[in-house]
Design a protein around this ligand. Structure first.
Ligand SMILES: [Zn+2]
Length: 216
């Protein structure tokens, strides 16, 4: 079973609903005034005048943006996997092209791309949108792509007790495009294979064909 997913971002209200249902207290929030003060300070430090007209609203705007980009820090991605269905389906489930935006923790610059997530259920099947929500929660924090890939794979293995999980993430990093080596357009691909996908070469080949087969 393969799904192409270009899911819109999980909206914050429904994430809050999920958290409440799972018995989590209302999430803490980023400290907006503190971010504002810091951004104002950065503007001074780079040689700008934060009080000139064009910049006056910038610290507040950046604070709201950071609160959004890092909202995953106040969310437990596990919550989205607690509601699974018991289903006698034991073939691969693949959700392809889940788009995400994250923030590289080394440069605080965005990296963005797509996640492809496959698993071999062992009785537990989860709603497709929940998988996208997990990606979202893990992406919305200071992150590195390698860790993000592992985190999503481990979460699915643990919560669904799947026979196997594959996570492939393809992303473009703005920190590589606009600074340092300046290589725009290069794509970073990471993968994590667990259980049957790690141990069984033919299962592994099957999932890679499902992910890439008709595109190469
Ligand atoms: Zn970076």
């Amino acid at each position: 079973m393969t799904f192409d997913s270009d899911q819109p971002r999980a909206n914050p209200a429904s994430v809050a609903d999920d958290l409440e249902e799972a018995g989590c207290p209302p999430a803490a929030k980023a400290d907006l005034p503190r971010i504002e003060r810091a951004v104002r300070e950065i503007l001074f430090a780079v040689g700008e005048d934060p009080d000139r007209e064009g910049l006056r609203e910038t610290p507040a705007r950046v604070a709201r943006m950071y609160a959004e980009m890092f909202s995953g820090l106040f969310e437990d991605p596990r919550v989205h996997l607690k509601k699974f269905f018991t289903e006698k389906y034991d073939e691969v489930v693949l959700v392809r092209d889940i788009s995400f935006n994250s923030m590289c923790e080394h440069h605080m610059l965005p990296f963005m791309g797509k996640a492809h997530i496959g698993y071999l259920p062992d009785g537990r099947v989860v709603g497709l949108s929940k998988i996208a929500r997990v990606v979202e929660a893990v992406a919305r924090r200071p992150q590195v792509q390698e860790r993000m890939t592992e985190m999503v794979a481990d979460l699915l293995m643990e919560e669904l007790q799947a026979r196997g999980v594959t996570v492939v993430i393809e992303a473009v990093h703005s920190c590589m495009a606009i600074r340092g080596v300046r290589k725009p357009g290069s794509m970073c691909v990471t993968s994590a294979m667990k259980g049957a996908f790690r141990n069984n070469p033919s299962t592994r080949a099957e999932i890679m064909t499902l992910i890439y087969g008709d595109r190469r």
